[in-house]
Design a protein around this ligand. Structure first.
Ligand code: NAP
Length: 325
């Protein structure tokens, strides 16, 4: 019998249980796949803890990123056949050996990208794509600030932003993480546990500050992140690893310099098939060209995903992490 990780109630890593799970048969427009590698993401923690409600109720199979091989196709799926290598980024359902998924949500993995790399990068890499190319169009000469630079999204986005010609400033919580971020595109990295990052950014930029701040830390870096922006700069709040930012008055954006602020999600940016295909193609291009390198820093067996969650929440991981089904 095929296995999956299920949760039946919100809680700590102990609610992630390894169970028998029949994936079912693909209906019209769907495919049955066998996963070869599964990506770990902070959104999986939100679904487990209850910060985000379970999209389809309980029991929930968490996990939004994986690569695998097609086992069977449902009616109307002409462009895929058994044996094809595919990968995807969705909200849930990836912590499983096998699953059924809408064919419209997957892309074929090109030669030159391994299953493990694809599983590690689809959600995080397409997030980097839309943040850098669509939420704010980063161009040569721009200065950007990205918190948690040594994290999964961070190490991909740092390399991509450098490739676009930006000056890339990051924050991280240890000297090891700072070194790692500097090896992945970051020009300057501030230890935000030891140093006031607002003062650090002002010093690095000679007081000019940043064109855009990408903030996925949330509570701990708000509202200080706003003070790192030049007038009319863009505040992009795209996550809350330290907890959600508190409600604030719109007039704060006026006081801080007529700022723009947005709270984007990958699933809206890539909801249309053409946007998903363009996003994945852009990611594959920077990886295949060598501009962005995808290294996997942690591997766990799928059944040990509780330990992987503890390490991610405990800030003990860097870069990308995969689960082996
Ligand atoms: N909106 C979207 O479309 C979207 C898509 C993908 C990811 N995200 C968000 O992007 C962020 C990064 O995701 P990821 O999967 O790549 O995770 P990650 O960055 O690998 O892990 C989170 C990092 O956040 C930092 N952090 C700061 N305060 C923390 C705290 N109190 N507890 C835990 N970590 C803390 C840690 O780095 P330091 O130790 O260096 O501080 C930690 O390593 C998450 O917030 C996620 O929700 C959003």
């Amino acid at each position: 019998m095929s296995k999956a990780i299920r949760i039946h109630a919100h809680g700590g890593p102990e609610v992630l249980t390894y169970e028998d799970a029949d994936p079912g048969q693909p209906g019209a427009g769907q495919i049955l796949i066998r996963h070869t590698a599964i990506g770990l993401n902070f959104i999986d923690v939100y679904h487990r803890s209850g910060l985000y409600p379970p999209p389809g109720g309980f029991p929930l199979v968490p996990g939004g990123e994986a690569a695998g091989v097609v086992l069977g196709v449902g009616k109307g799926v002409e462009w895929l056949k058994p044996g094809d290598r595919i990968a995807y980024a969705v909200t849930t359902g990836a912590y499983a050996q096998e699953r059924v998924i809408d064919a419209s949500r997957v892309v074929k993995v090109p030669d030159g990208i391994s299953d493990e790399q694809a599983a590690a990068m689809m959600l995080k890499g397409m997030t980097a794509e839309y943040l850098l190319r669509r939420t704010f169009k980063v161009k040569a000469g721009d200065t950007i600030l990205f918190h948690a630079a040594a994290g999964g999204v961070g190490l991909i986005l740092g390399q991509w932003a450098r490739y676009l010609g930006a000056t890339v400033i990051g924050t991280a919580s240890s000297s090891d993480k700072i070194e790692l971020a500097k090896e992945h595109g970051f020009d300057h990295v501030i230890n935000y546990k030891e140093q006031d990052f607002v003062a650090g950014v002002a010093a690095i930029t000679d007081g000019r500050k940043c064109d855009v701040v990408y903030d996925s830390v949330g509570n701990d870096t708000f509202p200080a992140s706003l003070d790192c922006l030049r007038p009319l700069g863009m505040f992009v709040s795209f996550g809350q690893s330290s907890g959600p930012i508190p409600p604030f008055s719109m007039s704060l954006l006026a006081q801080k310099g007529s700022l723009f602020a947005t709270r984007p999600t990958l699933f809206v940016y890539n909801a249309k098939r053409e946007d998903l295909e363009a996003s994945a193609a852009a990611l594959f291009e920077v990886v295949l060209s060598g501009a962005v390198k995808i290294k996997i820093n942690q591997r766990y067996a799928l059944k040990d995903v509780g330990r992987a969650h503890s390490d991610l929440e405990g800030r003990r991981t860097t870069g990308t992490t995969i689960l082996i089904p």
